[in-house]
Design a protein around this ligand. Structure first.
Ligand code: CUA
Length: 306
């Protein structure tokens, strides 16, 4: 009910139009029925009422009026659809490619060479074309204040326009049941001014900083020696190019972990590494049964990924 984009603004307007038309029809029909029940109630001794067959005027009225209402609603829907999905002769290149996974969102900006997860930064006032994909089952991308729902179907990309009016953080979620952690597939859209967005994108495109402390260096060694790089990418770390799990190049710059399940604090990150299943049962992040030192070192390293 609080639209923050022209797309959801148009949807809300249509909602009110349909809602008001439906309310008026309901009030009229229900009111008329009640009025007739009261006024024409049979009393003892009443004669049989006159029997009506084939009243042309009445039948024309109750056929024409609903048709006019439906035609009106049809055109109101058409106008709204054209505002949300403008006609285009060729499909433009997507500005953002979102790929749903069980249970998180991969986010790529093909023109900016930026890859992140679960947190989508957008500049305000610019119309962006989103490609919505899935890597496994059917999910559904939905940020209520910004876009309509759009299914994420494996092998069948869908597209949706979005332009955010005012800076702020907008929350979204997966809207199609997709397994055990469907409820923990949150989306955070961070809408920023053009300058703030440019600065963010420039920073995100950079390779990960080299760790400087002994503990963090040790953490990077653990990361590279274990199976981590086969699932997670970190730009600048040789061999770390996996795309099964979220890109970690700038993990520490994100507000939440595990797709909005927990806040991104060092303590939570350590808990997540120690036992992902305790935080997100069914998560595909394996439990490596790390010892305390490995946990400290990995946490120290991952916290450097600003
Ligand atoms: Cu993904 Cu529900």
């Amino acid at each position: 009910m609080e639209p923050a984009s022209p797309q959801t603004g148009a949807t809300l307007t249509l909602f009110w139009i349909v809602g008001i038309v439906a309310a008026v029809i309901f009030a009229f029909v229900a009111g008329w029925i009640v009025w007739n029940i009261v006024k024409y109630r049979a009393k003892p001794g009443d004669p049989e009422p006159p029997q009506e067959y084939g009243n042309v005027k009445l039948e024309l009225t109750w056929t024409a009026v609903p048709i006019l209402i439906i035609v009106f609603l049809f055109f109101a829907s058409l106008v709204t659809m054209l505002k949300i999905d403008p006609l285009q002769s060729t499909s433009p290149q997507p500005d953002v490619v979102v790929t749903a996974h069980q249970w998180w969102w991969d986010v790529r900006y093909p023109n900016l060479r930026v890859r992140t997860a679960n947190e989508i930064h957008v500049p305000v006032g610019r119309r962006l074309y989103f490609q919505i994909d899935s890597a496994d089952v059917i999910h559904d991308f939905w940020v209520p204040q910004l876009t309509r729902k759009i299914d994420a179907i494996p092998g069948h990309p869908n597209y949706v326009w979005m332009n955010v009016d005012t800076p702020g953080v907008y929350r979204g979620t997966c809207a199609e049941f997709c397994g055990a952690q469907h409820a923990h597939m949150r989306i955070r859209v961070v809408a920023q001014t053009e300058e703030d967005f440019e600065a963010w994108a420039k920073q995100q495109a950079e390779v990960a900083p080299k760790p400087t402390t002994e503990l963090a260096k040790k953490g990077l060694e653990h990361f590279s020696a274990m199976a981590c790089p086969s699932c997670h990418a970190i730009l600048g770390v040789p061999g770390a190019g996996g795309a099964i799990g979220p890109d970690l190049t700038h993990l520490a710059s994100r507000a939440t972990l595990a797709s909005g399940t927990i806040l991104n604090t060092p303590e939570n990150l350590r808990r997540w590494l120690a036992e992902p299943d305790a935080i997100k049962p069914g998560s595909h992040m394996p439990n490596f049964h790390l010892d305390a030192h490995q946990l400290d070192a990995l946490t120290a390293y991952l916290e450097t990924l600003q």
